[in-house]
Ligand binder design. Structure first.
Ligand code: SF4
Length: 252
């Protein structure tokens, strides 16, 4: 499989991206998943942090009988509840979820950069524990499917369903971009899917333990991430060209 559709091995052109977005916008996520599978096979991968969108997408992949691999970035700093949910999903759905880990253990990171790097240099910490492992994993992939939604935060408001991710030379697909969170939760309950119990304790967005806190009424979904910092994204959705969160075509 090539890294693009049409077997051209070239990045998707802006015209092709526009066509695909017109094709998928306003339609069910299944269409995007099927297109990804038909175009790239197992070179299309779903990345998830096991939030509601990710659970929905995993369930749709299984229901549709697609072989799209599922992975998550295990920083070694995730909540016990997150690891337990990954195990539950594997058993319930009969899948194997790929765990992507950083090169440095927490101990090695502390030896090299000092204790609790996330308190002093969260961008550096995310780079070591998320960005670099993702870069490595995607280096031989063709399409990266994410669960990000426009509803989640201001930084994700302009997310497109289809984007070209130049950083990793892959098509980035955000099939949940337009989905309403209440609709997704109805789906999860209707299908009795397991979910992270922290969602019931005021955590709509769940990442690493040191950088995740509950939100209060009126705050957006990702307000509890890196609370008190300017940081709003871990960096896996930031364009190196601009140094900013990708606005026209981006995702987590
Ligand atoms: Fe480090 Fe926090 Fe980023 Fe996790 S979210 S990798 S702990 S800075």
């Amino acid at each position: 499989m090539n890294k693009t559709d049409n077997n051209t091995n070239q990045p998707l052109t802006p015209v092709r991206i526009k066509e695909l977005n017109e094709q998928f916008e306003g339609h069910h996520a299944d269409q995007v998943l099927k297109w990804a599978w038909d175009s790239f096979g197992e070179k299309a991968v779903l990345g998830t942090g096991f939030g509601p969108s990710g659970l929905f997408l995993i369930h749709r992949i299984i229901t549709l009988g697609l072989g799209i691999p599922v992975f998550y970035l295990d920083t070694r700093l995730l909540f016990d509840q997150t690891y337990e949910l990954a195990d539950q999903l594997e058993q319930l759905l009969g899948i194997s979820i790929t765990q992507i880990t950083p090169d440095l253990s927490l101990k090695e990171q502390a030896q090299k950069y000092g204790d609790e790097l996330w308190k002093r240099q969260p961008d550096k910490c995310c780079h070591l524990r998320k960005v670099l492992p993702l870069q490595d994993y995607l280096s031989d992939k063709s399409a990266w499917i994410t669960g990000i939604r426009r509803h989640q935060s201001d930084t994700r408001r302009t997310t497109s369903v289809v984007e070209w991710e130049a950083t990793h030379n892959v098509v980035k697909l955000n099939p949940m971009a337009a989905y309403d969170p209440d609709w997704i939760w109805d789906y999860i309950h209707e299908h009795n899917l397991p979910y992270n119990p922290l969602h019931d304790e005021g955590y709509p967005s769940i990442g690493c333990i040191p950088c995740t806190s509950p939100v209060t009424d009126g705050e957006d979904e990702r307000s509890g991430r890196w609370r008190g910092e300017q940081k709003v994204e871990c960096g896996i959705h930031i364009s190196p060209e601009t140094g900013k969160v990708e606005r026209t075509n981006q995702n987590s």
